[in-house]
Write a protein that binds this ligand. Structure first.
Ligand SMILES: CC(C)(COP(=O)(O)OP(=O)(O)OC[C@H]1O[C@@H](n2cnc3c(N)ncnc32)[C@H](O)[C@@H]1OP(=O)(O)O)[C@@H](O)C(=O)NCCC(=O)NCCS
Length: 237
């Protein structure tokens, strides 16, 4: 069942290939670049702190569906959050190189493409100033099972309840469905998912190839949250 949901995500990534190329032609992190063709790869300045990263009044943070104007910020939040995770692993390899050379061009294409499709399972957390602090993607497969495709909070905004609010938005969207998620084994996210009733589903799988190519050791752990209707984990009598 998880494979169906995963296939959905793979297809969505494939569909964004044209936009990935488009993202390679501009430098979204450098506002001075304007519409000029991008001659250099993404640089550290793309990942540097920005005033728009400020959380501000946490009680004013809202959860909403993204608009196209949010899409490049979503990519950057995803990349910064994942980079922070990889840098915290026992074997982070060249996490920075991976973020800049591999992840950034892909995600700068992926998120705008997905947002443009108006996917109702997408959520962003916005500061009072309207800046994106976190994002989530809830995917419902054809067989009705759910998969968390993404849950990322800007590192500087973590541990303040934003991830919990994004998770609650996804769980409401999923309704009583069984929900799967794949995440880095042993990561803080794994602990967060367990707090929401997810249980490990099988042994960790291998590090995905794009990460392994940069020397990052990040085996993936699949977790499942049973249907709220039957309240029973897959495999239990
Ligand atoms: C996972 C993540 C989204 C959580 O976001 P967050 O805003 O920091 O989470 P919150 O502050 O809302 O905390 C949510 C719950 O998890 C708990 N929690 C947060 N970090 C935790 C940690 N490191 N270990 C254990 N529990 C943790 C909190 O106590 C809270 O539980 P509570 O509501 O019962 O108190 C965030 O850490 C992140 O972006 N991580 C990197 C990206 C990642 O691995 N994403 C998953 C990929 S699918």
């Amino acid at each position: 069942m998880a494979l169906t949901a995963r296939t959905h995500r793979q297809l969505a990534e494939k569909e964004s290939a044209a936009l990935i190329q488009q993202a390679n032609d501009t430098h979204p992190g450098d506002t001075s670049a304007g519409d000029k063709p991008r001659a250099e790869p993404f640089t550290r300045s793309y990942l540097g702190a920005r005033p728009s990263d400020a959380v501000g009044d946490i009680t004013a943070v809202t959860i909403a569906q993204p608009t196209p104007a949010d899409a490049t910020s979503m990519a950057r939040v995803h990349i910064l959050s994942a980079l922070d995770l990889y840098l915290g692993l026992p074997t982070p390899g060249d996490a920075l190189g991976f973020a800049l050379a591999s992840m950034t061009p892909r995600k700068e294409g992926y998120w705008p493409a997905l947002v443009a499709q108006g996917d109702p399972g997408l959520f962003v957390a916005r500061s009072a100033e309207g800046n994106v602090l976190g994002l989530a993607h809830a995917v419902i497969a054809e067989d009705g099972t759910g998969e968390i495709g993404a849950l990322y909070v800007l590192p500087s905004a973590q541990s303040r309840g934003i991830g919990a609010r994004l998770m609650e938005a996804m769980l409401e969207y999923f309704g009583p469905s069984v929900v799967h998620v794949g995440t880095t084994a042993g990561s803080p996210a794994e602990a967060v998912y367990k707090r929401y009733g997810f249980k490990k589903f099988g042994p960790p799988t291998e590090t995905p190839p794009p990460l392994g190519e940069y020397g990052i050791e990040a085996p993936q752990q699949w977790l499942v949250r049973p249907s709220a209707e039957c309240g029973n984990l897959a495999g239990n009598p």
